[in-house]
Design a protein around this ligand. Structure first.
Ligand code: 13P
Length: 284
């Protein structure tokens, strides 16, 4: 059975200092394409679902898609719920079988976030599932002002949150953002080192799309065992569809466009898996 706890995937990556790609998929096609790329490269991989897509597809249908593809994958895989502030959605996904959730209470005070996160961790443990925590929130790239470094919490606050909640992975703000960066982001890599040293837990690197190969290798070496990629998948999926229709304007044949999109998503996934050093790291 290749579906394994997220914690198992991350603890191996953390110990060996490689990164596991966590791709935000948007439908059955993109989920299957990412799993196929991971299978081909013998790489562990995390499939992430955003709250928006879970709601749009429906929890039962989304999980049915996962169960259609994951068990036939021959590498360790896990299903993760990305940025979720809604406790009911977290509960429903955990009950259904998601392997981990990111409880995103970054809009609440750290104290209230901590209080609720302790409950989420207890709930997740009942299902053998894992929890990612965050206390700072991430902007979209277009909202960045350049003063992000001043808005982060102190190391003591992070350590207290991680130790009190017992989260399995922590997502700090280090100058990263979701979307496409206009210029190369200036990242506080030292903060990753400090957090890893003080907490001993792996770090989740958000806003992966558009970071340089050097930034990825440096951050992974410091303990970013989970590397999130969302926008790059959306670009690969949508642009390949657009390009296909532009090249074949009168061809209304869905399987042809789906084939082009699958190829593009697989190429994008292979690129990141190789870059993060997880090719060949499957142990099942
Ligand atoms: P990108 O959209 O920048 O790849 O970020 C992904 C992410 O961090 C999802 O939580």
């Amino acid at each position: 059975m290749p579906v394994v706890p997220t914690r198992e995937i991350l603890s191996r990556a953390f110990a060996e200092r490689y990164g596991v790609a966590a791709f935000n998929v948007v439908n059955d096609l993109t989920m299957e394409a990412v799993l196929a790329a991971a299978d081909e490269l013998r790489a562990p991989v995390i499939i992430q679902t955003s709250v928006k897509h879970v709601k749009m597809t429906g929890i039962d249908a989304m999980y049915a898609i996962w169960m259609a593809y994951a068990p036939r994958t021959r590498v360790p895989v896990a299903l993760h719920l990305d940025h979720c502030p809604e406790r009911e959605v977290i509960s429903a996904c955990l009950a259904k079988g998601w392997n981990s959730v990111l409880f995103d209470a970054s809009k609440l005070t750290v104290e209230e976030n901590k209080r609720q996160c302790i409950e989420v961790v207890a709930e997740a443990r009942r299902y053998g599932a894992d929890v990612e925590g965050e206390i700072e929130g991430f902007k979209r790239t277009e909202e960045m002002t350049g003063s992000e470094a001043e808005q982060v919490q102190s190391l003591d606050t992070v350590v207290d949150f991680v130790k009190a909640t017992n989260v399995d992975v922590f997502a700090p703000a280090i100058g990263n953002a979701h979307g496409t960066y206009k210029t190369a982001p200036k990242l506080d890599a030292q903060r990753v080192t400090d957090i890893v040293k003080a907490t001993g837990v792996p770090v989740a690197l958000h806003g992966g799309t558009g970071m340089s190969p050097e930034q990825f290798s440096d951050l992974i070496a410091r303990g970013c065992a989970k590397v999130n990629i969302s926008t790059a998948l959306k670009i690969a999926f949508m642009k390949s569809g657009y390009d296909y229709m532009t090249a074949h304007p009168d061809q209304y044949d869905p399987p042809s466009i789906f084939t082009a999109q699958r190829t593009a998503v697989m190429d994008m996934a292979r690129y990141h898996i190789r870059l993060f050093g997880s090719e060949g790291k499957a142990w099942t």
